[in-house]
Design a protein around this ligand. Structure first.
Ligand SMILES: Cc1cc2nc3c(=O)[nH]c(=O)nc-3n(C[C@H](O)[C@H](O)[C@H](O)COP(=O)(O)OP(=O)(O)OC[C@H]3O[C@@H](n4cnc5c(N)ncnc54)[C@H](O)[C@@H]3O)c2cc1C
Length: 498
């Protein structure tokens, strides 16, 4: 019997994870990636002799990805060496720095030392949020392709735990008196590109996951996860075509008929798994609107995450600084409102600095450091002219690092420096509005109201990635790949529980 052919558009983590499962289950998997490299936002950025993560740097819950490797007959831990990142991160507030640990007892002691009495709130937070996590997980792990899915017993059981009507910040205010601690347990909404005051309270599971499961770094950088998935696809006979963008998708009778590539060649697979940013693809790749709900005009009306201004600095110096450091704006609320509501550049931005060399000496030569510097900024709805603004914003970030942190002035030591700004994310990485964390995670855009993995409207179209159900962030994206791969198998009468 000839194998069924699956074309996967995009070799981001979602596409690669789905490809890994589907190739191991006997499909003829062909991954088409527009860039010359795999991994999408989870790829490597090489600048001279310095190796950077392009996007994600926080990796938690490796067991979720390992489950997919195991299902494909491999082991994540044999493919990639993971190191624990200790402390998980430094959270630098104007008045105090916090160093949460992978060891919950150590975190509790740190809270008790710096905020006496608040450790009781931490205990309560971990206990109550564990219950919430257990109820919400099955909801996030299953498809929500129909409104009636909300009536499934697992969903009904989860509803009281959704903290409906409460923002993430409001939810954490139930556990901590201190504003600083509230922020220390809500800044994770940034992973979804949202403000804690806007992000649904259900997402208190984000900080819980870190405190429960810890923080890891793949030796060599995050792209090692992407490279490992590529190897598994190839081991099962799949092919990953890089530099091979899909230019145009031809549909007829609610089916994808032909994929057209830049070089004029075409493919007509049985199924298409779309991993390219869904909002971008719906608005640019299809010959006709994919559905009424996701017509380009409707796509334009949705809410999108923030963007990020990135500096990849190769520095001739080493630093005794934590792997992850977040320097909070002195007025964090103003800063997130500048980004999400007013859509302007903040006078006092928050800054994230990754000093990967402290954990991993493979990233640059001895005595040097690849410093990854990120500032959350508005997405391109802002209308900011980044080509003009970027040089001044870059200097502002260097000034603030010099003024506020123990890194000091980095400029005299810089050997290499490259920037990715929101305009670049949109034009060179094909991310709608440069919204680096994809479609927003407001409740009105979650579950049924997010693009479905089994895409209604086009029979042989399937979706995976941060802009689809269940949402952005690597563990969630791996779940979206699993849901999609299993649904394709179900279409052919095979029920798998990976
Ligand atoms: C700066 C930044 C920091 C982040 N930090 C974290 C973090 O610390 N932890 C975390 O869990 N998540 C983080 N994320 C979010 C998220 O996990 C990553 O963005 C992730 O890579 C998204 O995966 P994806 O599967 O949606 O696809 P993407 O990574 O977006 O990959 C999609 C792929 O599709 C390709 N493509 C697009 N159009 C076409 C076409 N027409 N034809 C063929 N290929 C095409 C693209 O080139 C790309 O390779 C971060 C994101 C960014 C940008």
């Amino acid at each position: 019997m000839t194998k069924r052919e699956i074309a996967i558009i995009g070799a981001g983590p979602g596409g690669l994870a789905a490809g890994m499962l589907l190739s191991s289950w006997g499909y003829d998997v062909q991954v088409y990636e527009k860039q010359p490299f795999v991994g999408g936002r989870t790829s490597q950025k090489q600048v001279g002799r310095y190796t950077f993560d392009r996007g994600p740097t926080f990796f938690s819950m490796p067991h979720i990805l390992d489950r997919l490797f195991q299902a494909a007959g491999h082991s994540l831990h044999e493919e990639v060496q993971l190191k624990t990142v200790e402390p998980m991160y430094e959270l630098q507030f104007p008045e105090v720095s916090l160093y949460p640990s992978n060891d919950q007892d150590a975190t509790r002691a740190e809270i008790a030392r710096k905020f006496p009495g608040e450790e009781l709130g931490f205990d309560r937070y971990m206990t109550e949020t564990e219950r919430k996590w257990e109820k919400l997980l099955p909801m996030l792990q299953s498809e929500h392709g129909a409104l009636v899915d909300y009536l499934r017993p697992q969903t009904l059981k989860a509803l009281p735990h959704l903290s409906l009507g409460r923002s993430l910040y409001g939810e954490l205010a139930r556990f901590f008196y201190s504003e600083t601690l509230r922020l220390a347990f809500t800044f994770q909404s940034k992973y979804l590109g949202m403000s804690p005051w806007e992000c649904p309270g259900a997402f208190s599971i984000l900080s819980f996951m870190e405190h429960k499961y810890g923080m890891y770094h793949p030796v060599g950088g995050m792209h090692q996860l992407s490279e490992a998935m590529r190897r598994v696809i190839e081991a099962h006979g799949g092919v990953v075509h890089t530099d091979c963008g899909v230019e145009h998708i031809e549909t007829k009778n609610s089916q994808i008929q032909v994929l057209h590539f830049a070089d004029g060649s075409t493919a007509s697979p049985d199924h298409v798994v779309l991993n390219a940013d869904a909002a971008h693809a719906f608005s640019n790749l299809f010959d006709q609107p994919v559905s009424k709900a996701w017509h380009p005009d409707k796509v334009a009306e949705k809410s999108y995450s923030c963007s990020t201004f990135m500096m990849y600095a190769g520095v001739k110096k080493t630093f005794n600084e934590p792997h992850h450091k977040i320097v909070f704006s002195s007025n964090y609320k103003e800063n997130v409102e500048d980004i999400a509501k007013r859509k302007v550049l903040s006078d006092d931005p928050s800054i994230y600095i990754q000093n990967g060399a402290v954990t991993d000496d493979t990233l640059s030569p001895k005595g040097t450091t690849p410093l990854y510097i990120l500032a959350p900024v508005p997405n391109n709805e802002s209308g900011i002219d980044w080509e003009n603004e970027a040089p001044a914003f870059q200097e502002k970030l260097f000034d603030m690092i010099a003024k506020k942190t123990t890194y000091g002035d980095l400029r005299p030591y810089i050997e290499e420096l490259e920037i990715i700004h929101p305009g670049n994310w949109e034009a060179e990485h094909w991310i709608y509005q440069g919204a680096t964390f994809s479609l927003g995670h407001q409740l009105k855009q979650m579950m049924y109201f997010r693009p479905h993995n089994d895409f209604s409207g086009i029979g042989n179209l399937w979706l995976t990635g941060g802009g689809t159900h269940p949402g952005s962030g690597l563990p969630t994206i791996f779940e979206s790949a699993r849901i999609t791969a299993e649904k394709i198998e179900q279409r052919h009468g095979i029920w798998r529980e990976t």
